[in-house]
Structures are given as C-alpha cells and as structure tokens.
Design a protein around this ligand. Structure first.
Ligand code: SF4
Ligand code: SF4
Length: 325
C-alpha cells in the first residue's frame, strides 16, 4: 500500500493546513435502529431494534471519562433514540467534546435541542440522488458539518454537494469514502460499490484544486493521502460500544464483528494508524472571514437590486395607468 501514498497538494495562498492531533474518542452506538437501508452500510449486519438505555450510556461515559476527550453518538440513526437530548447534555456536562452523527432524514428532531458545543454531522451519499442526498435534507436553524461519503455512484455529485453545503452555511465539509469490509473481508479490497483508494486520492486532489467556496475542508486520509503536517501518533485512540454493551476497538472491525473485552485508549500500538478513520487532513481557507463578508455583501446587493427592480416595475405600472387616464 505504501506505493499508493501521496501528499495532498494545495495552494498555500488559499489554504493553511491545521495540525490535528487525534484525541481519545469513544464512539457510542446508542441505537441499532435505522430508518434507512443504505447500500454497503458498515453496520448492516447489526441493524435491529435495540437502544442503549440512558443508564447504560451514563455508565459508559463515567467509566471512560478520565481516558477520553470526546464522545461521538451514532447508530443506526441516533435521532430515533428517545433520550438523545439528555445524552448530549450528559456528555457535555462531563466536559467531553460531543458529536452526533445523523443520516439527516430526521434532522428536524434536533430543532430546539441545546446544541451549544455539540457538533452535528450529517452523512450524505450525494447532492440529489442516492438514499441520503443533501438536497433532501430539511432546512434547520443550526449549522451542521456535511460528511460526503464517496461511493462509485456519487463521484460526479461531490462538487455540487459542496456548493449546496456552502449555501446552507455549513462551516465544514468532510470528505471520506465507503469501504465495504462486510462483503470484501478487507479494508484494502474493492468491490462494485467502492471507489478504489488510488482514485480516491485523485478525486480529492481534483476537488481541492477546484473548490472555490469558503468552508473548511476535512479530508479522510484513507490510507493513501498524506498530510504536510502529519502527526507521529502510532497508538490507537478509538473505542466503540454498542447497545448490548459489547465493545470493539477498531472501527474497521465493526463489520467483521471482532469484539474485545475492554477498550484501551492510547495504549495499543497500531501499524495502520496512518489509514485510521481518525486521521484526516484539515485545510482552513485563508481570508475565510473576508470571503464570508464578501458573500454576505453580494447577497445584500442582489436583494437590493431585486427591490430596485420591483420599485421600477411598480413605477412603470403607475405611469402606464396615468397615461391611460
Ligand atoms: S444511515 Fe447509516 S446506519 Fe443507517 S443504513 Fe445508512 S449507513 Fe447504515
Ligand atoms: S486503524 Fe488502528 S489506530 Fe485506527 S482505530 Fe483501528 S486499531 Fe485504532
């Protein structure tokens, strides 16, 4: 795989790369229920009808809170869980960074929640087509990060989805790709659903070269992309707990159902660390504030222009009536 690796290139006048140290992260699968049935779902073999209870959730957070900095709530579809709001509140109250992943189909469930210090991530498979396109997600009053999962069938919609995310005011755009480990048995093997890893690197490079918007770009390395600010971390910082309290350390093992008796954040060395789901490249647009101001000013001018045109139309209608009289 080494031969595939390449360093992501970017225009230094346009982007600056943030150094991202991975942090110990506990992923809590708070439900295995899901309202969708996506092709190549990483969790397909475990989807069912089970929720993690609030008591289980608290117990897991309290057991690990000294070892971790961050919790991610996912599923299944977390917005189906009746106690989601209390769960978000509880992990925040323990001083933990809190992120919730949703497929977006029920995003309005989060309206009215206290989302201060909560990152909402919406995973999509396209701009207008597929099981979860960005175009079908309801307008909401809070910002969310769009996570674009590249699949063979949605490469062409990547830029359009980014432009839509920009216009929705998303602060970040995350690009990753599916790997169908449940069917192939290995992260490195492709099938008809997956974008081959070397193509993934080309697609991402092309996107970075051509994207003109103002969002931060978060790009999963997926074992092929290297950053210009790579960390030397070589220990695993991940842990996953499921609704039945079972545990799996590595997300790559979820579809293979390789369970562990305990989690061990930042202790187990991993030679796959560079391809780990945790590692990403973060590009921050330089002059982001100026760009947003420029966009806002443009939209005000366009609105004024429209108002002026309407005024002219009204005046002209009045004049026509006067002439007739
Ligand atoms: S939304 Fe997520 S958990 Fe649900 S079917 Fe799709 S990939 Fe699987
Ligand atoms: S690839 Fe390695 S570092 Fe990443 S989650 Fe799996 S075991 Fe941990």
């Amino acid at each position: 795989m080494k031969a595939l690796e390449r360093t992501l290139q970017y225009d230094e006048n346009r982007w600056e790369e943030a150094t991202t140290e991975p942090v110990n992260t506990l992923q809590l699968f708070i439900t295995n229920r899901c309202n969708l049935r996506c092709r190549a779902c990483f969790y397909a073999g475990s989807l069912g009808k089970k929720d993690m209870s609030m008591e289980q959730y608290k117990e897991h957070v309290l057991e690990h809170k000294e070892e971790i900095s961050k919790v991610i709530l996912l599923g299944g579809e977390p917005t189906l869980h009746p106690d989601l709001e209390q769960m978000l509140f509880f992990s925040k109250s323990q001083g933990l960074r809190t992120t919730v992943y949703t497929n977006g189909a029920r995003i309005t469930r989060l309206e009215g929640f206290d989302l201060k210090d909560v990152e909402v991530r919406v995973g999509i498979y396209g701009s207008v087509s597929s099981e979860k396109p960005l175009g079908k997600i309801a307008r909401v009053s809070f910002p969310f990060t769009v996570v674009y999962m590249l699949r063979k069938d949605n490469v062409n919609e990547l830029m359009e989805a980014a432009e839509m995310a920009d216009s929705l005011g998303s602060p970040r755009f995350f690009i990753s790709s599916i790997r169908d480990i449940a069917k192939t048995g290995s992260y490195w093997i492709d099938n008809e659903e997956t974008v081959p890893l070397e193509q993934y690197a080309d697609i991402v490079q092309d996107f970075v070269d051509n994207y003109k918007g103002g969002m931060e770009l978060h790009i999963a390395k997926r074992g092929v992309l290297k950053s210009q600010a790579d960390s030397n971390a070589d220990k695993c910082r991940f842990g996953n707990i499921f609704p039945d309290d079972s545990k799996i350390i590595c997300p790559f093992d979820i579809s293979l159902e390789k369970y562990s008796s305990r989690l061990c954040f930042d202790k187990r060395r991993c030679n796959k660390n560079k391809s780990c789901l945790l590692t990403k490249i973060v590009l921050k647009p330089k002059m982001a504030d100026a760009r947003r101001l420029y966009d806002a000013a443009g939209s005000i001018l366009r609105r004024r222009d429209e108002e002026n045109r309407k005024l002219m139309r009204d005046v002209s209608e009045m004049l026509k009536k006067e002439v007739k009289l």
